[in-house]
Design a protein around this ligand. Structure first.
Ligand code: ADP
Length: 374
């Protein structure tokens, strides 16, 4: 057994998990919330000390940290050193809410577990294989260069895990995959033989699909229009990141609530689901062409794993593209990675539960030589 301690540190919380990096078996896990509020852990160091107390006499061999933005610097999991900390800090300009919080977790873990190697695993790293024509925004080149403006993509750890499982299900590792990660944050990636070739999130996680509270794609002209009408930058940020998406359209951020309202005839909820599904199909079509066809369409994360209606809406009527869903398989609840396409569908449709903690544990353990390279 290789015990890995996985840390997902946010600005006011630390989510943690202790697991076996070989099997993925979860040993323990928890979350310390409201860091900094009175009556709770005053800072990340104190939060880490209270987690340390919960771990008792279990001693991790490696610590893996989720880090949101690795910019163009980090293309793979990386051992934490002073230089790496400085680089993550520098990238805070691209992820001002996330990277400083991730660093606070790294610093706390370094202090709490002296001598244990710490590894940073980046949400963006998997997409560093994007070609320049995919990651370049058509804006003034000098401005883009000065400010690091380009597409980076996110959910990379999930895509890496899910594409590996899909390859095993398909029995080949050269497959062309279109993977929909549909959680509160949602994105889609086109993956060819394990390499990301395109993804819907961009410089930040705001671009692309309709999400729980984020707008996804929108004409940037909307921002100028609202700015001229008096909105501040902060208000626009809140509008598109926290008051849009399903929440903005319906007042409900959770797909289950929206689906329930739609089923009872609420026209606003029906429209919201139609907007959500329309965007999924828009990207499906684009990525089928970018890849020159797909071997499998894969669904993961909250709605991808649990909503047969979302999966059906995404691929409905695409039999002429070789995509044939098996309605009964699609409707059957299961926690396993599985086929939901008909046996004779040229393009497979798969559901693969994601496991980002296991992927971080594996990458961290492999990097420090505790596991053979996967
Ligand atoms: P996060 O992005 O926070 O990790 P999850 O991957 O858990 O989130 O996904 C959360 C989303 O999945 C929510 O919008 C939730 O409504 C949706 N979801 C979970 N279960 C279902 C379900 N049975 N039907 C539809 N949507 C679901």
């Amino acid at each position: 057994m290789t015990v890995a301690f996985i840390v997902n540190s946010g600005s006011s919380s630390i989510k943690w998990e202790l697991l076996d990096a070989e099997s993925g078996a979860k040993l323990r896990g928890g979350i310390v919330e409201r860091i900094g509020e009175s009556g709770n852990s005053p800072d990340h160091d104190a939060a880490m000390q209270s987690i340390l107390g919960e771990l008792g006499d279990v001693h991790p061999s490696v610590i893996g940290h989720r880090v949101v933005h690795g910019g163009s610097v980090f293309t793979a999991a990386t051992l934490v050193t002073d230089d790496v900390i400085a680089a993550i800090d520098e990238l805070s300009a691209l992820a001002p809410l996330h990277n400083p919080a991730n660093l606070a977790g790294i610093r706390a873990a370094l202090a709490a577990f002296p001598g244990v190697p710490n590894v940073a695993v980046f949400d963006t790293a998997f997409h560093q294989t994007l070609a320049p024509e995919a990651f370049t925004y058509a804006v003034d080149a000098a401005t883009a260069h000065e400010h690091g403006i380009r597409r980076y993509g996110f959910h990379g750890t999930s895509y890496q895990f899910v594409s590996g499982v899909a390859a095993r299900l398909l029995g080949r590792d050269d497959a062309k995959l279109i993977v929909f990660h549909l959680g509160n944050g949602a994105s889609v990636a086109a993956i060819n033989a394990g390499r990301s070739v395109e993804t819907s999130m961009g410089m930040t996680p705001l671009e692309g699909l309709v999400m729980g509270t984020r707008s996804g794609d929108i004409d940037p002209g909307v921002l100028f229009h609202l700015g001229r009408a008096g909105a501040t930058l902060e208000e626009l940020d809140v509008l598109l990141n926290r008051r849009s998406g399903l929440l903005g359209l319906t007042g409900m951020r959770d797909m289950r609530d929206v689906a329930k309202a739609a089923a009872s005839g609420d026209a606003t909820a029906v429209l919201a689901l139609e907007v959500y599904d329309h965007r999924l199909r828009h990207y499906l079509g684009a990525y089928l062409v970018l890849l020159g066809g797909a071997d499998a369409i894969v669904f993961t994360a909250g709605a991808g794993e649990n909503s047969p209606a979302t999966r059906a809406a995404t691929v409905r009527g695409l039999e002429s593209f070789g995509i044939v869903l098996d309605e009964a398989l699609n409707a059957a609840p299961s926690k396993d990675a599985r086929f939901v396409s008909s046996a004779d569908s040229p393009v497979a449709v798969l559901v693969v539960p994601t496991n980002e903690e296991f992927e971080i544990a594996r990458q961290a353990a492999a990097l420090v030589g505790l596991l053979p390279d996967s």
